[in-house]
Design a protein around this ligand. Structure first.
Ligand code: MN
Length: 293
């Protein structure tokens, strides 16, 4: 009943990947942002890398990206196919497979490595994943680092009136709460929608909302149909987001309350000012973000 009186968000645009590159030797990614210059329209989200789907031959030397730092934000890795292994300087580690999510809070600083899991690498197989960076508010950028392994079984799944399913990774949907702890209001949904199906979402007016199409074909609020690896971005104004699937589709819905704070980026560091970036580089070089044991 609530939804009938709210305003539909206008669609800002439908975007294609702005770049394609390898991260380390294990992650062939297509980047949707920041390469599409969407900063304000996707705030608090900073980066979306779409990895694969790509088949990897069997190997005894797992591919991936070795020891590197992060500061000032969170990295969220969602696995659709394949198995990934992680280790970090806080002593945390974990293995995530299809349906699982890793939510790593770099905050004041973390050093980690991200690889294909050993047995998966040995057998060979398809890797299909997303890495999303979520910004931290200024007040939380220097908080203690943390790590959450979110397994498939811990993610509530909501039926979409027989049209598909919506898994609540973060935030909530129809009273079902996602397991991820977030520092600012974020809704992150893994959606499967059948051809001809429809999902109606209501988000706070003023929040950013974008919908990434992994597979299939879908439109939002009357936009053009977006296909594989395309991103539909809504305007901040309005609160109603209606997704319609023209084909069986797999979608990632990202919605959040914008931080509207200055963004200073340098590689794996995202702070508010250039001075803080220089400090981050110095702290990393001085070993203050730790090392892998
Ligand atoms: Mn990383």
């Amino acid at each position: 009943m609530v939804t009938e009186t709210t305003t539909a968000k206008a669609v800002l645009g439908v975007y294609q990947p702005g770049s394609a590159h390898m991260v380390g030797d294990g992650f062939p990614v297509r980047n949707l942002f920041p390469s599409n210059d969407l900063d304000r329209a996707v705030d608090p989200f900073l980066m979306l890398d779409y990895a694969g789907p790509q088949y990897f031959q069997p190997t005894d030397h797992p591919r991936g990206v070795g020891e590197h730092p992060h500061r000032g934000f969170e990295t969220v890795t969602i696995v659709y196919d394949g198995v990934l292994a992680h280790r970090d300087s806080t002593g945390s580690g974990g293995v995530i497979g299809p349906g699982d999510v890793q939510w790593m809070t770099a905050a004041s600083g973390i050093v980690h490595e991200e690889f294909h899991e050993k047995e998966f690498a040995k057998k060979g197989g398809t890797l299909h994943a997303i890495q999303l960076w979520v910004n931290l508010p200024r007040a939380s950028k220097m908080s203690a680092p943390g790590y959450q392994t979110i397994l498939k079984a811990d993610i509530p799944s909501v039926d979409l009136d027989g049209y598909g399913t919506l898994r609540v990774i973060a935030g909530s949907y129809l009273g079902k709460k996602g397991p991820a702890h977030t520092f600012s209001p974020v809704q992150l949904y893994d959606v499967q929608l059948n051809a001809g199906g429809r999902a109606r979402l209501t988000v706070p007016d003023g929040d950013t909302s974008s919908i990434f199409v992994l597979q299939g074909r879908a439109s939002v609020n009357g936009s053009r149909e977006a296909g594989e690896a395309e991103l539909i971005v809504c305007e901040r104004n309005g609160s109603q987001v209606t997704i319609e699937a023209q084909e069986d589709s797999r979608l990632l819905v990202m919605s959040g309350t914008p931080l509207d704070e200055p963004i200073a980026r340098y590689g794996p560091f995202v702070m508010n000012t250039k001075t803080e970036l220089i400090q981050a580089v110095q702290d990393y070089q001085a070993g203050k973000m730790g090392h892998l044991s």
